[in-house]
Design a protein around this ligand. Structure first.
Ligand code: UD1
Length: 416
């Protein structure tokens, strides 16, 4: 099992090109099924979750190959409609394949994705939306049997703006006759990226980025070459690394408009953040200031995926900061690990209060989930001495090579 060794205490100085967005490429890979053609994805991040998606596509008869940072997927050979339980378990967001398989094959069979390290991950909104479009879905013994000889467009109102449900329904709606509108849709930038991809393939989709997405289904889609948007959570991670350790970094390709709630808080904490068409620069001094309460919310609110990472950046701040986690139930599992490094954090239900300490120290710690793992890396850069981080398979789900990137930013990080 690989581990990360990070020696902290030094300031960062350097530059990195931000990888393509995981949360964008996963629904796009599912969407390739709609084309029955070859799609070339440029800037595709090489991640464990991307490999899992490719294995699902291959199990359905599709072909995929890498050339540098470009992934080509040919979905002409799609023959199956079933995803094995083993492949479903490899990646929680595999439910996103449901809408695309149904649209293309008229039926789909996959096991219920179940919970994950962040707590229960229901897909009831995905299923009720698909039923609204005319799918019959039986949930027997943890397996979902879905049949939809004909999907018909109509208005679907989501009771909460779920990212995955919005994406799944956009894909199913491409295969439905007539117009589908998704009201109370999620507004995340990754949904805009999915729309841009679908439009490049000839689909008629509009409204992504607002609360109402409209899809005029039934178009014949074709392949395309598409460049995946930069990952805003990876961007937030490296900005927080500079904020925590101090120094000056440049993140090439990063787009501030995707994470303005994060950069606003970093400025409030005392960092100088500036952005232009080429990327984002961030410089930070010795210690940050505590900030106003940080409450996670659907986009454009503060992203839940950046909660642990920002918390790690504020461990040595002057003063106390309140965090409120409003999206997932079980998203403070990194706190015990950060405490091993000398952090002072009190958790009560959805709330956590971080009181800044003067110094952190290296310690052996364990990743509890993807972003919790990234938070440990951020804290380790700000800690005196060496931190050994284990169970980094969680980090590999979302970061191509975090040790490589941290070294490029002037950090002392190695993977062993
Ligand atoms: C996506 C992101 C994840 C991010 C999350 C919130 C991907 C691959 N993952 O996950 O990194 O943390 O958005 O920004 O893009 N819910 C229901 N019923 C449903 C669906 C969701 O109750 O049918 C609830 C969830 O339990 C959660 C909330 O809605 O409390 C938000 O979930 P959702 O937006 O669907 O997140 P994901 O798409 O799973």
């Amino acid at each position: 099992m690989s581990q990360l060794f990070i020696r902290g205490g030094g300031r960062l100085r350097g530059e990195v090109t931000v990888q393509g967005a995981k949360n964008s490429v996963l629904p796009i890979l599912a969407a390739t099924l709609l084309t029955g053609d070859t799609v070339e994805l440029r800037g595709c991040p090489r991640l464990r979750d991307v490999d899992a998606s490719v294995r699902i596509l291959e199990s359905l008869g599709c072909e995929a190959h890498w050339e540098g940072g470009c992934l080509s997927v040919d979905t002409a050979g799609l023959k199956g409609c079933e995803i094995s339980d083993r492949l479903m378990r490899e990646m929680r967001s595999s439910a996103i394949f449901l809408g695309a398989i149904l649209a293309r094959q008229g039926q789909a069979e996959l096991s219920y994705p179940g919970g994950c390290e962040l707590g229960p991950r229901p897909i009831d909104l995905h299923l009720s939306g698909l039923r609204d479009l005319g799918a019959e879905i039986d949930d027997a013994g943890g397996v979902l049997y879905c049949r939809a000889p004909r999907l018909r467009g109509r208005e679907i109102v989501l009771s909460l703006p779920s990212v995955g449900a919005t994406e799944n329904l956009m894909l199913a709606a491409c295969g439905a006759s007539g117009v589908t509108t998704i009201a109370n849709a999620a507004r995340e930038p990754e949904i805009v990226d999915l729309q841009n991809f679908l439009v490049s393939c000839g689909a008629r989709v509009s409204g992504a980025g607002t609360s109402t997405v409209a899809v005029e289904g039934g178009q014949k889609l074709h392949g395309c070459t598409y460049t995946v948007m930069p990952d805003r959570i990876v961007t937030a991670t490296y900005l927080c690394a500079a904020a925590a350790a101090g120094g000056e970094i440049f993140l090439r390709n990063a787009r501030e408009e995707h994470l303005s709630t994060v950069t606003a808080i970093l400025r409030e904490a005392g960092c100088a953040v500036s952005a232009d068409a080429a990327g984002i620069s961030c410089s930070a001094g010795e210690r940050l200031q505590a900030v106003r309460p940080v409450r996670t919310a659907p986009y454009p609110g503060f992203p839940t995926d950046a909660q642990a990472i920002l918390m790690a950046a504020l461990l040595r701040s002057r003063g106390a900061t309140l965090f409120e986690e409003n999206i997932f139930e079980n998203r403070y599992r990194h706190v015990d690990e950060l405490t091993r490094m000398g952090a002072h954090i009190r958790v009560s239900g959805r709330a956590a209060v971080v009181t800044g300490v003067e110094a952190l120290h290296g310690a052996p710690v364990r990743c509890t989930d993807l972003r919790g793992g990234a938070a440990l890396c951020v804290a380790a850069l700000a800690a005196e001495g060496e931190t050994r981080i284990s169970e980094i398979c969680h980090i590999d789900r979302g970061y191509e090579d975090i040790a490589r990137d941290l070294r490029a930013l002037g950090g002392d990080a190695v993977r062993v």
